[in-house]
Design a protein around this ligand. Structure first.
Ligand code: ADP
Length: 385
C-alpha cells in the first residue's frame, strides 16, 4: 500500500508541536516541537519561521512533504464555541469564524489560527482540517452544560460549559472499550486526563454526560499551573482589595496557580522528590491536587450511578503510580479495588491496574491526540481508516 500521512499541528503561543502520523498503522513517522517562538533570546521569530524549521527537521529526517503521501494537515483548535462541533475543512470563511472565537479562548485560539494561516500558506495544495477540543462535549446534557447564572446574559455571551481535551477523552474511552472487548455504547466510564492541563469526564455509552472544564480550560481539577475550581468571589475580592486588574487575576489563575502556585514546581517527578525530602509546600500542593481529583471521581460515580471502568491517561495519569494509588485509595466500598503490583508495573499500551475481582475496572490508557486528529481528518475527507 502507498504511504499515507497526516501532518498534525498543535500551535501554541510560544510553541509549535507537530507530528507526521500514518493514520492506517497509527504510528508517528516523525515528531517535533519548536519552542520559544517570539521570545527575545530565540532565533524563531514567529509561527511561519517555526513551521519552516519543522519542515527542515522533517527533511533532515529524510521526509519530503511533497512525496510522503500527505493527505491532510490536521490542526488542533482548543475552542469551537457554539459553531464548531465536528472536524471542519478550513476555508477563508471558517478561518474568519475561528478568528471570531478568539474572545472565548484568548490564550489558546489566536495561536491556533496563526498556525492554520501559516500552514495554508506553506502547504497550499493540501486540505487543512480543524479539530476541536470542545467537540466531544458539544452535546453535554443541559444540566451539566449550564451555569446557574442569569440566562439572558449567558445566552447573549455564549456562556456555557464547553469542556476541553475532548479528543483525548473520546480516544481514551474508545481504547478502554476496545481493551475490555466491549462496545463503548454499553459502558459507563470515567476518564481522568492528567497532564499539565487536567480534566475528568463521565461518559455514558457514546455520550459524555459531564466534564470538569467549563467555558475555559480553567475550571475543574487542580492543574500544573491552573487553579481549577475556585470561589468566583475571589476574583472580585482581589480586584477590590489587592487592586489587581482582571487580566492580572486571570493570568495568576492560569499561570501562577495550581501545583506550581503552591509548591513552586509542576513536574510531578520533581514534586515527588521534593515531598520525599520533607518539603511541606510540595506535600500541600500534592494533597490539594489529590483531594480535588478524589472529589471529581466521587461526583462522577454519583452522576453515572453505575460505573464500569475508570481510565487514567496523559503524562501524570500514565506515568505516576502514586497519583493513581492516592486518587482511589479507600474506595473499595465504592467498587474500586486496585492491584498494587499491577499499578506499579510499567508497560506500553492499555493495561489493567485493578484487581480481578474489582467491580469497577481501572485502566491506564495512553492517549494519542495526534492519531485521533489524523483519523478525524481521514474520515472527514472520506477515506475512512
Ligand atoms: P501536556 O498537558 O503538556 O500535554 P502531558 O500530558 O505531556 O502534558 O503531561 C506532562 C506532565 O506529566 C509533566 O509535567 C509531569 O508532571 C508529568 N509526568 C511525565 N512523566 C512522568 C513520570 N514518569 N512520572 C510522573 N509524572 C510524569
Amino acid at each position: 500500500m502507498a504511504d499515507s500521512a497526516v501532518l498534525v499541528i498543535n500551535s501554541g503561543s510560544s510553541s509549535l508541536k507537530y507530528q507526521l502520523v500514518d493514520p492506517d498503522s497509527g504510528t508517528a513517522r516523525a515528531t517535533g516541537n519548536v519552542e520559544s517562538i517570539g521570545e527575545p533570546s530565540s532565533r524563531v521569530g514567529d509561527h511561519e519561521e517555526a513551521l519552516r524549521l519543522a519542515f527542515e527537521h522533517l527533511a533532515e529526517g529524510g521526509i519530503d512533504l511533497k512525496s510522503c503521501g500527505l493527505l491532510a494537515v490536521g490542526h488542533r483548535v482548543v475552542h469551537g464555541g457554539n459553531k464548531f462541533h465536528a472536524p471542519t475543512l478550513v476555508d477563508d470563511a471558517v478561518l474568519a469564524d475561528l478568528d471570531g472565537l478568539s474572545e472565548l479562548a484568548p490564550l489558546h485560539n489566536p495561536p491556533a489560527v496563526q498556525g492554520i494561516k501559516v500552514a495554508r500558506k506553506l502547504l497550499p495544495g493540501v486540505p487543512h482540517v480543524a479539530v476541536f477540543d470542545t467537540a466531544f462535549f458539544h452535546d453535554l446534557p443541559p444540566a451539566a452544560a449550564t451555569y446557574a447564572i442569569d440566562r439572558d446574559l449567558a445566552e447573549r455571551w455564549q456562556i456555557r460549559r464547553y469542556g476541553f481535551h475532548g479528543t483525548s477523552h473520546r480516544y481514551v474511552s474508545e481504547q478502554a472499550a476496545a481493551f475490555l472487548g466491549r462496545p463503548r455504547g454499553g459502558l459507563k466510564q470515567i476518564v481522568l486526563h492528567l497532564g499539565n492541563g487536567a480534566s475528568a469526564s463521565a461518559i455514558a455509552g457514546n455520550r459524555p454526560i459531564d466534564t470538569s472544564m467549563g467555558l475555559t480550560p480553567l475550571e475543574g481539577l487542580v492543574m500544573g499551573t491552573r487553579s481549577g475550581d475556585i470561589d468566583p468571589g475571589v476574583i472580585g475580592y482581589l480586584w477590590r482589595t489587592a487592586k489587581m486588574g482582571v487580566d492580572e487575576i486571570e493570568s495568576m489563575l492560569n499561570h501562577r496557580s495550581g501545583v506550581w502556585g503552591l509548591a513552586g514546581e509542576r513536574d510531578f517527578r520533581k514534586l515527588r522528590a521534593m515531598i520525599e525530602s520533607g518539603d511541606s509546600a510540595a506535600q500541600l500542593g500534592y494533597s490539594v491536587f489529590i483531594h480535588r481529583l478524589r472529589k471529581y471521581i466521587g461526583a462522577y460515580l454519583a452522576v453515572l450511578g453505575h460505573t464500569d471502568v475508570i481510565s487514567f491517561t496523559a503524562g501524570i495519569g500514565e506515568n505516576d503510580p502514586a497519583v493513581r494509588r492516592d486518587a482511589v485509595a479507600g474506595m473499595e466500598e465504592l467498587g474500586i479495588v486496585l492491584d498494587q503490583a499491577r499499578n506499579l508495573g510499567a508497560g506500553k499500551g492499555a493495561r489493567q491496574i485493578s484487581a480481578d475481582g474489582s467491580p469497577i475496572t481501572v485502566l491506564v490508557v495512553p492517549t494519542d491526540e495526534e492519531l485521533a486528529i489524523a483519523r478525524d481528518c481521514v474520515s472527514l475527507l472520506g477515506r475512512g481508516s
